[in-house]
Design a protein. Structure first.
Length: 131
């Protein structure tokens, strides 16, 4: 009588979820406490490292969370980055017309809109022109 071939059961490997995180590396433009003219056009750039285990893709965003957005849109695409690599977050802004101190805070968010990592911020002083 022929013997049946043994049935091979597939090995189920549980999916390992990745995690999102970011490490601030440095300000590339507009250092903290920069003095700027009223209405000045700013291109704020932060260098960051993808310190999580997920690759950043089109579903990842940069969102405004607090302070003054300095005329910027409240949500921006996040530059794609593999885990461990550097990326630049770039947000075009405009200084307010009134003299004073201003700051704005931004966070990165995952595909579900959940913020992760520490906040990125800009702090400027709008100065009045000398006569």
């Amino acid at each position: 009588m022929p013997t049946a071939a043994p049935t091979i059961q597939p090995t189920v490997v549980p999916a390992i979820a990745c995690s999102d995180d970011v490490e601030f590396v440095g300000d590339l433009t507009v250092p903290d406490f920069s003095k700027v003219a009223p209405g000045a056009v700013l291109s704020k750039q932060w260098q960051v490292r993808n310190s999580g285990t997920c690759a950043w893709g089109p579903q990842h965003r940069v969102i405004f969370v607090d302070g003054n957005a300095l005329g910027a849109r409240l949500e921006h695409a996040l530059y794609p980055a593999l885990p461990g690599t550097l990326a630049v977050v770039n947000i075009p802004m405009v200084a307010p017309a009134a003299a004073g101190d201003y700051e704005g805070y931004w966070r990165l968010s995952d595909a579900n809109g959940e913020p992760f990592g520490s906040r990125l911020y800009i702090k400027i002083t709008v100065t009045t022109p000398n006569p």
